[in-house]
Write a protein that binds this ligand. Structure first.
Ligand code: C2E
Ligand code: MG
Ligand code: MG
Length: 768
């Protein structure tokens, strides 16, 4: 049997062993081999040894059986060496060991893919060295125990044979295992004893098996019984084949177990990989889920934000950022309900309207108009408390809900503060702007069921404040009555024209120089079917605010020019009679007016200069620059223009001379104050001299007394109008007077014929 430890100690990693050890071992082995070759008794060597050597070289290496998974290697190498030992002596055993190991290593080297350096030489030398050492020990033992050299021992004696073979096997095992353990220690640096116990002891079996096989073979050959030899050979061959089959079976089952284990390991690995893949998939799914959740969360945030923005946009005004009408409605609804439950939950509603905001838009443009609204919104918000609500409810209309204010008086205080604040001038894009507001106040009341009701009443109060021009107004039931009446009037007025309820009265305008009739002022009258005659001061503002004034004035223009044309035809004396028609401010700024005037002139056929349009001073001055434009356009039609109610409209003198008026009508209030002895005529004098300087004709309104007439004549006022001459009369009555050649000066009435028959003498007739 072969020294398995020698071969197993020298694996591919043997190259790592120090070369010194390898070289030393190889050298000693070669010395041992050389010694053996020198001392070997070659003469008696015959065919037998050659066969043994051939067996060792060609057969033994191929008969090696390695038990899978163990260090145990069964081979016939040791058996061949031990057999040679006992048959041919130690020297040939050394040579056989060298040759056999050499052949074995060459055979192994061919089967292995790689081998360490000196693999063949080193192992063969080592093998020779160990056998030489064994031979030395056995030789010493033989001389000591049997008193003769080993070669002379009678090994036919079984006991001697057993003892010698046992010693050979033991010594060989000792040297080979010790050397293998020593090698292992060099490589691993482990404990020598541990390595020997773990890796080397098991090889003892192969040694003693080899010794057994060698002894048995020796016995067979020693008896010289060929038949026994053949039988023994067959038995050994059969035993070997059985043994080999068994080993192969064991190896196969070990291999199948290993294969199964490998498959199991593969399956486990695959399972682990599947698990890993699944885990990775799960992880990436979880990540994906996380990402989509985050995305969803972001989308939800954005949605909530846009919802909030939408809600804000739905309840707020985009220009000013204030609450809108809808939001105000929600707030008021809650407050109304709360006040019905608890009378301590008081509140007040302010309705605010920016005065003449249209003018700001018209003159400065809409973008400045928007900025003005924003400034107003900021100022409103600044004055009130945080819990109050400021809302924009229309173009220039705002509302403020003041919470916790018990009385309207307190609300008025806040309103006045707002008013003071808002009227502070500010500059916008280089323009100095000042605004004003009309404020109406509606206090909370259990009678309110909806926000619209309380807002309506605050609006009524605001309109009253606008008319009165005396600061914030508080809503009262009386105001509502007036408002309802106004609404009623407005509705009725819409149908007044078609129902022929409107008619014209004419009041003469008389020359103050000679009492000659210069013309008429056309004054509108409304015969209401229920309320009778309604004065123009009451319904004209309604007509203006509801845009009814334009169709009505158009009708007046057509009606009065037609009337004038007919009266001008009565007599050549009346050919120059003029008709003065009042034009409302609202109508003046509309584009239709000049067309309507043109139509009236055309359809009546009167000369344009006999039509006079009266525009009040306050209307003309409200936006003087624009008035200049509009009046010039009218002027270009050839008509005359008259500034009405002069003295009440805060004229700017710089504009007055630029406005293309022909006539100045002194307001009645300056005339009515003049007493019997001419008292209070100071302003009148000033106005007359102003008119004279402006080169305008002057008409004094409201002359009721002869003293007033005398005073005006003395001042040099050109024309007069008043009850002293005639009240406004319907067309038929006026026509009768025309035909009758009525004398308009009271003192002239007796000399009417004379006055009108000789126009040249008119100026010399004494009037008083
Ligand atoms: P106004 O244009 O200043 O008209 C003169 C007003 O003074 C008239 O009042 C006339 O009746 C009144 N009056 C004339 N003489 C006297 C007098 O000696 N004593 C008194 N106490 N009053 C006198 P009326 O007709 O009530 O008109 C009032 C105002 O209504 C007019 O003032 C004018 O502003 C407006 N108005 C009248 N008719 C029209 C019209 O057709 N269109 C427009 N837009 N406004 C008109
Ligand atoms: Mg007038
Ligand atoms: Mg007037």
């Amino acid at each position: 049997m072969e020294n398995s430890l020698t071969t197993s100690a020298e694996g591919p990693s043997g190259t790592a062993l120090p070369y010194r050890v390898k070289i030393a071992v190889s050298a000693l082995g070669l010395i041992a081999l050389a010694g053996a070759l020198a001392a070997a008794p070659f003469t008696p060597i015959g065919v037998g040894y050659v066969l043994v050597l051939a067996f060792a070289v060609f057969v033994a290496p191929r008969m090696t059986l390695q038990l899978s998974g163990s260090n145990l290697t069964l081979s016939f190498s040791d058996a061949v060496v031990f057999f040679t030992f006992i048959v041919y002596g130690g020297e040939l055993a050394v040579i056989t060991a060298f040759v056999e190991t050499f052949a074995n290593c060459v055979y192994l080297k061919k089967r292995r893919k790689e081998s360490p350096k000196f693999f063949v030489l080193f192992n063969a030398s080592l093998s020779a060295l160990i056998v030489a050492a064994t031979y030395g020990v056995v030789e010493l033992f033989s001389r000591a125990v049997y008193g003769s050299a080993f070669i002379d021992l009678r090994l036919t004696d079984t006991r001697t044979l057993a003892a010698v073979l046992g010693l050979i096997a033991l010594t060989h095992f000792f040297f080979s295992s010790a050397f293998a353990a020593f090698y292992q220690k060099l490589r691993t640096h482990g404990s020598f004893l541990e390595i020997w116990k773990t890796h080397c002891v098991s090889s003892a079996l192969t040694h003693f098996t080899g010794a057994g096989v060698a002894g048995a073979t020796y016995k067979v050959f020693n008896y010289g019984d060929v038949a026994l030899g053949v039988i023994s050979f067959v038995v050994v061959a059969v035993a070997y084949i059985n043994y080999r089959t068994l080993i192969n079976d064991i190896n196969r089952s070990i291999a199948s177990v290993e294969e199964a284990e490998r498959q199991k390991a593969d399956a486990e690995r695959q399972r682990a990989e599947v698990e890993k893949t699944r885990r990775k998939e799960a992880e990436s799914y979880a990540e994906e889920l996380c990402r989509s959740l985050e995305k969803e969360a972001r989308a939800n945030d954005a949605l909530r934000k846009s919802e909030r923005e939408l809600q804000h946009a739905a309840s707020h005004d985009s220009l000013t950022g204030l609450s809108n009408r809808k939001h105000l409605g929600d707030v008021l609804r809650e407050l109304i309900a709360a006040y019905k439950q608890d009378s301590a939950a008081t509140f007040q509603v302010l309705f605010l309207d920016i005065r003449s905001f249209k003018n700001i838009n018209d003159t400065l443009g809409h973008s400045i108009g928007d900025k003005v609204l924003s400034v107003a919104a900021k100022r409103f918000s600044r004055v009130v408390n945080a819990e109050d609500t400021v809302a924009r409810i229309g173009g220039d209309e705002f509302a403020i809900v003041l919470r916790g204010l018990a009385t309207a008086g307190k609300a008025q205080k806040v309103a006045r503060k707002i008013h003071r604040n808002i009227t502070q001038p500010f500059s916008l894009a280089g323009n100095r702007v000042s605004i004003d507001v009309n404020i109406g106040i509606a206090p909370c009341d259990t009678e309110y069921d909806s926000p619209e009701e309380i807002l309506r009443d605050a609006d009524i109060a605001m309109h009253y404040a606008k008319e009165r021009k005396d600061g914030p107004a508080v809503f009262t039931k009386e105001l509502r009555h007036r408002f309802l009446e106004r609404v009623r009037f407005e509705m009725d007025l819409r149908h007044a024209v078609e129902r022929n309820e409107l008619s014209m009265h004419y009041q003469p305008i008389v020359s103050l120089i000679d009492g000659r009739l210069a013309g008429f002022e056309a004054l509108l009258r409304w015969h209401h079917p229920e309320f009778g005659m309604i004065p123009p001061n009451k319904f004209i503002p309604i007509a203006e605010s509801s845009d009814l004034i334009q169709p009505i004035t158009n009708w007046i223009l057509l009606e009065t020019t037609k009337q004038l044309a007919s009266w001008q035809r009565i007599s050549p004396d009346y050919g120059d009679l003029e008709m003065s028609v009042n034009i409302a401010g609202r109508h003046l700024s509309s584009d239709d007016l000049s067309d309507q005037v043109e139509d009236a002139l055309e359809s009546s056929g009167i000369r344009p200069e006999t039509l006079k349009l009266e525009i009040t001073e306050s209307t003309a001055m409200e936006n003087a620059e624009r008035s200049i434009l509009l009046l010039n356009r009218l002027k270009s039609l050839g008509v005359k223009l008259s500034i009405d109610d002069f003295g009440t409209g805060y004229s700017s003198l710089s504009y007055l001379h630029r406005l293309p008026f022909d006539t100045l009508k002194i307001d009645r209030s300056f005339v009515s104050g003049v007493g019997e002895r001419g008292e209070n005529s100071g302003i009148l004098q000033t106005i007359v001299s102003l008119g004279t300087n402006l080169k305008m004709r002057m008409v004094a309104e409201g002359i009721e007394t002869e003293a007033q007439l005398a005073m005006l004549r003395n001042l040099g006022c050109d024309f007069g109008q008043g009850y002293l001459f005639s009240k406004p009369k319907p067309a038929e009555e006026m026509e009768k007077l025309l035909y009758a050649r009525h004398m308009w000066f009271p003192s002239q009435k007796d000399s009417a014929i004379e006055l009108h028959s000789d126009s040249d003498t008119q100026h010399h007739i004494p009037l008083f």
